[in-house]
Design a protein around this ligand. Structure first.
Ligand SMILES: [Zn+2]
Length: 207
């Protein structure tokens, strides 16, 4: 049984970061999800399905075991629970997972094979930002590819799934959100640079 203070701390951190992500439009509407590991217990707390980041309360969070059994909370855990659980299984040091449907990252991931780490900050903090091509529309269809990606690169901190969004993971939910922000910012800069180059090369420019 996890200590109640630990549970409260994880919930407060998740709610604060969900609200912040919504405020800066890293996630709009009711998409996206986030979770945190409860220290000292084989359990995580994850946002319930269908709840918007800005409307989340402690009642919109669900506690599940690392095997996916619901322990506490109303509602159903996010439909991307299986992805979160896989990341926790493959990364014992990861304490939090953040996922958002951020537009610039989705744009880049849907057209390219990686988000170019065009800034020094992105290069030093993330190293690389691979794109995961969809194996299917269901969460489970994509799990083998996610496992292969994380297994191949022990230093990976984030990836973007085409036509879907960012997944980032870290030792705290704050850092996972920061990394997701950095992915989105990097995608915006990379795409803007590519567009600038395209326009500069366009014959219409001198017409
Ligand atoms: Zn999603």
């Amino acid at each position: 049984m996890p200590k109640s203070e630990a549970v409260t701390q994880v919930k407060q951190a998740l709610l604060a970061n969900a609200k912040r992500a919504y405020e800066i439009r890293l996630q709009t509407g009711n998409g996206g999800n986030l979770s945190g590991r409860i220290p000292g217990a084989d359990q995580i707390i994850i946002k319930a399905s269908g709840c918007s980041f800005d409307q989340c309360t402690a009642d919109s969070l669900v506690t599940v075991t690392l095997n996916g059994e619901i322990v506490a909370g109303d509602g159903l855990p996010s439909r991307e629970l299986a992805t979160h659980l896989l990341i926790y299984k493959l990364r014992p040091n990861v304490q939090a997972v953040f996922h958002s449907h951020s537009p610039w990252a989705i744009l880049c991931a849907s057209l390219d094979d990686a988000i170019p780490t065009v800034t020094l900050h992105a290069r030093s903090k993330l190293g690389r930002i691979p794109v995961l091509k969809l194996s299917g529309e269901s969460t489970t269809a994509n799990l083998p590819a996610i496992e292969a990606l994380l297994t191949a690169d022990p230093n990976l901190r984030a990836f973007v799934q085409e036509r879907h969004g960012i997944f980032s993971f870290a030792h705290s939910i704050e850092l996972a959100r920061y990394n997701a922000e950095l992915v989105e910012e990097t995608a915006q800069i990379a795409w803007s640079m590519a567009l600038r180059e395209e326009l500069a090369l366009s014959p219409e420019r001198d017409a």
